[in-house]
Design a protein around this ligand. Structure first.
Ligand code: NI
Length: 265
């Protein structure tokens, strides 16, 4: 699989879970009359050897991505890396993983057992990253996981897929700042994640980010259908440092707040 094909497949699965992302993308495309650049695409996984960051990132490393900085989110029991391609037309890839050892045995067992349901062929395939879930889900288990870790509960419901795509504001011709982007999104009827303020980070941090609240979609559980937050769309503006280099990394505190875009609302 080449990179362009991979991104087409990731986008296809992502907008099937969050059709609002497609609507937002079209709104920008109409105004911009151009290709909308992606700053980064983010993924969630577990730190099990079958599906950890090393496993999920392989498809990108094989297509000439390079592993960059490591981040630890202590309160959420998460660890993350981002990956970058030499060709700036390709988005950065941000992959986080839940550290299972931080949880009680019962939680660990629920998550280990769902991974056992994945066919070996899929685990080894480059399609794993957008293969979604391979297990049945119960609402009771979802609620139980949600009380302990929103991240674990989200992964339990959706499995492997892009958690969010990110519009790169720097490449928009008709928007010069993130506030105008946010106003545009809200006027179009979409809600933003306001935890910690609509804009996360600042020019001083070299990165400003905002995001929609994850779209609520009907999900089939063993018991019945329930409405659950799925994926969201992010917006990012990057700034140059004092050496005139555009900042490529992430800000831990901002990322921590952006994770909460999939909280129940
Ligand atoms: Ni992000």
């Amino acid at each position: 699989m080449n990179l362009d094909k991979l991104f087409i497949n990731l986008w296809k699965e992502y907008i099937s879970l969050a059709p609002q992302a497609k609507e937002i993308h079209s709104l920008f495309q109409k105004i911009e009359d151009n290709i909308i650049t992606n700053d980064h695409i983010a993924f969630r996984t577990l730190d099990l050897k079958e599906c950890n960051i090393d496993v999920l990132s392989k498809v990108f490393l094989d297509l000439n991505y390079e592993k960059k900085e490591h981040y630890i989110f202590e309160e959420k029991n998460l660890s993350a890396y981002y990956f970058i391609h030499k060709n700036p037309k390709y988005p950065k890839i941000f992959i986080s993983e839940l550290k299972l050892a931080s949880f009680e045995k019962e939680i660990q067992n629920i998550l280990k057992n769902i991974i056992k349901e994945i066919p070996a062929k899929v685990l080894k395939s480059s399609e794993l990253i957008y293969s979604k879930k391979h297990w049945n889900i119960s609402y009771k288990t979802y609620k139980y996981l949600y009380e302990i870790s929103e991240y674990a509960a989200w992964f339990y419901v959706y499995g492997f897929c892009a958690n969010h795509f990110t519009i790169y504001i720097n490449d928009l011709k008709n928007f010069s700042n993130i506030k105008d982007v946010n106003t545009f999104i809200k006027k179009a009827g979409f809600e933003l994640n306001t935890i910690g303020g609509e804009v996360k980070g600042s020019k001083k941090d070299l990165l400003e980010q905002s995001s929609t609240l994850a779209q609520i979609i009907p999900v089939k559980f063993e018991e019945r259908i329930y409405n659950i937050p799925s994926c969201y769309y992010e917006f990012a503006k990057r700034y140059k440092d004092k050496n005139n280099n555009l900042f490529q990394g992430f800000i831990k505190q901002s990322a921590n707040l952006i994770f909460e875009s999939t909280d129940q609302h």
